[in-house]
Design a protein around this ligand. Structure first.
Ligand code: TYD
Ligand code: MG
Length: 419
C-alpha cells in the first residue's frame, strides 16, 4: 500500500534546498528591477495596480519590448485595446522588438492556449478586469471572475515556469473589484501612483514574496513614455523657490531610498468661522495633529486660519518622520518668514510637541549632503550616535518650540519673498 508519506515530496533541511531555481531574470528598466527586488522570478505572478490613465500600459509595454529584445518571447495580451492601437502606442514610444507578440483577447482559455504554444518568458494581461473564463458563468470584472482567472493564471505561471504580470485598475477609493481582492493570491503587488496632473510617477511594491517591500522606483511621464528618474531628490527640488515662506525640505524614506522633497504650506485667514485643512500628498489626520500641536504648544492661532499643505512632485508621504518638516512649513508660512535655504528636516512630532527620532538617519543625512544641503534639523541624538556623516551640521532639537527658535530666530530666518 502506498501511504501519503511515500510520495516524492519529502521534508528537506535548509541545506538540501536548492535556491538556484529562483534565479531572477534581470529587468532592463533599472527602476522597475529595483522595485521587484532585482528582477522577475520565473513562475511568479505579479499584480500592477493603479488608477486608469496613470501609465500602467505604457510602462508595461516598454518593459515587454525591452525584455523581448534581450531575453526571449513576451506575450502582451490586451482586453482593452486592439493590437493596432497597441502597435500605434509602441511606435509612438519608439519601441520595436521581434519577439514581442501582441494579442487582443479576453477569453482566458484562448490566452492560456496561446501562452502554452508561444512559451514566453513573460505574459502580460492588460487588464485582469477584462479577462473572462467562459466556464465561469459570471461577467468580467466581477470579484468571482477576477479571482478565478488570477488563480488559473497562477497555475499557469507555476507549471510553465514563466512570469505573469497582471494589470489591474484601482479607483481612488480602492472599491472596485480587482487588485484589492487579488493581493493575497499573487506573489508581488506593485502600484503605480502619482498625481495625473503632474509628471512624476512612483512605482511602489506593497507586497513581495521575493524581496523587500516598500521599494520605490521613480519615473517621469514624457512625450515618449515613462522615463526613469535617476536622481529623484534633485528632480523633486528642481522648481523650488529659494527663500520662499512656507517651504520646507523633508528628508523622507521610501523603502530603503532616502528622498528629499519640498513640502509647502500656506496659512490664510478663514473666510467663514470653520477653518479648512487641505492636504495634498500628506494624510489629513497627520495635518490635523500637527496643526493642533502648533496651536497648543507654540500658541499659533491656527483655529482662525485655513491651512493648505502640498507635497511637490505629486508624491504621497505617509511616514511620520516628515512631521517636523510639515510643522516648520506651516510655521514658516504663518510668520511669513523663510526657512534657511540650505536646511533639510527630519523628525516625527508627538502630541506633547516632542520631536521623536526617525529611522535610518545616516542614510537620510547622506542623501541631503549629496544634494547640497549643509544643515539638517534633526531630533536630539543618542549620546554616542555614530555612522553619521562627519561633516553634517546638525541642529538637534527636542521639541517643536526648540525647532522654531533654532530655524526662525532673527539670525537664521529671512523675510519671505512670497505673500
Ligand atoms: P496609459 O499607459 O494608457 O495608462 P493606464 O494603462 O494606466 O490606463 O497612459 C495614459 C496616459 O499617459 C495618457 O493620458 C497619455 C499619457 N502618455 C504620455 O504622456 N506619453 C506617452 O508616451 C504615452 C504613451 C502616454
Ligand atoms: Mg491601460
Amino acid at each position: 500500500m502506498v501511504r501519503a508519506t511515500d510520495n516524492a515530496n519529502p521534508p528537506l533541511t535548509l541545506a538540501q534546498i536548492d535556491t538556484d531555481r529562483d534565479v531572477r531574470i534581470p529587468v532592463p528598466i533599472a527602476e522597475f528591477s529595483r522595485v521587484l527586488g532585482g528582477g522577475l522570478v520565473p513562475g511568479s505572478l505579479i499584480l500592477l495596480g493603479g488608477e486608469p490613465g496613470i501609465g500602467k500600459s505604457t510602462l508595461v509595454l516598454e518593459l515587454s519590448a525591452q525584455l523581448a529584445r534581450e531575453r526571449g518571447n513576451v506575450l502582451y495580451v490586451s482586453g482593452e485595446e486592439s493590437a493596432r492601437q497597441i502597435k500605434l502606442r509602441a511606435d509612438r514610444l519608439g519601441l520595436s522588438a521581434e519577439r514581442l507578440y501582441l494579442l487582443a483577447e479576453t477569453d482566458l482559455e484562448a490566452i492560456i492556449d496561446h501562452t502554452r504554444a508561444l512559451e514566453p518568458k513573460l505574459l502580460v494581461i492588460d487588464s485582469i478586469q477584462t479577462t473572462r473564463d467562459a466556464a465561469l458563468n459570471s461577467s468580467p470584472g466581477l470579484i468571482a471572475q477576477v479571482r478565478h482567472c488570477a488563480t488559473k493564471l497562477q497555475e499557469l505561471a507555476k507549471t510553465g515556469g514563466l512570469s505573469i504580470l497582471l494589470i489591474g485598475h484601482v479607483t481612488k477609493d480602492g472599491h472596485i473589484a480587482g487588485p484589492r481582492v487579488l493581493e493575497h493570491i499573487v506573489d508581488a503587488v506593485l502600484y503605480l501612483e502619482g498625481d495625473p496632473f503632474q509628471h512624476y510617477r512612483l512605482l511602489r511594491s506593497v507586497k513581495n514574496r521575493f524581496g523587500a517591500t516598500n521599494e520605490v522606483g521613480v519615473f517621469e511621464m514624457r512625450g515618449r513614455g515613462l522615463v526613469q528618474v535617476a536622481n529623484p531628490s534633485e528632480a523633486f527640488l528642481e522648481e523650488r523657490l529659494i527663500n520662499a515662506a512656507g517651504s520646507a525640505i523633508a528628508i523622507t524614506m521610501e523603502g530603503s531610498r532616502p528622498l528629499l522633497v519640498e513640502m509647502q504650506a500656506l496659512t490664510s485667514p478663514s473666510a467663514f468661522g470653520n477653518p479648512r485643512r487641505t492636504p495634498n500628498g500628506v494624510d489629513v489626520n497627520r495635518l490635523l495633529l500637527i496643526a493642533a500641536v502648533l496651536s497648543k504648544r507654540l500658541g499659533l492661532k491656527l483655529w482662525e486660519q485655513d491651512i493648505f499643505v502640498n507635497v511637490i512632485g505629486g508624491l504621497r508621504i505617509s511616514e511620520p518622520a516628515a512631521d517636523l518638516a510639515m510643522a516648520m512649513a506651516i510655521v514658516s508660512s504663518y510668520y511669513d518668514r523663510a526657512l534657511p535655504a540650505d536646511l533639510a528636516i527630519v523628525g516625527e512630532v508627538g502630541l506633547s510637541g516632542e520631536v521623536r527620532r526617525a529611522s535610518q538617519l545616516d542614510a537620510r543625512l547622506n542623501e541631503a549632503r549629496k544634494i547640497g544641503f549643509k544643515r539638517a534639523l534633526v531630533p536630539k541624538l543618542r549620546p554616542h550616535a555614530n555612522g553619521l556623516p562627519a561633516e553634517a551640521q546638525l541642529i538637534q532639537v527636542r521639541t517643536v518650540s526648540e525647532a522654531l527658535r533654532a530655524v526662525l530666530s532673527p539670525e537664521t530666518g529671512s523675510r519671505g519673498t512670497s505673500g
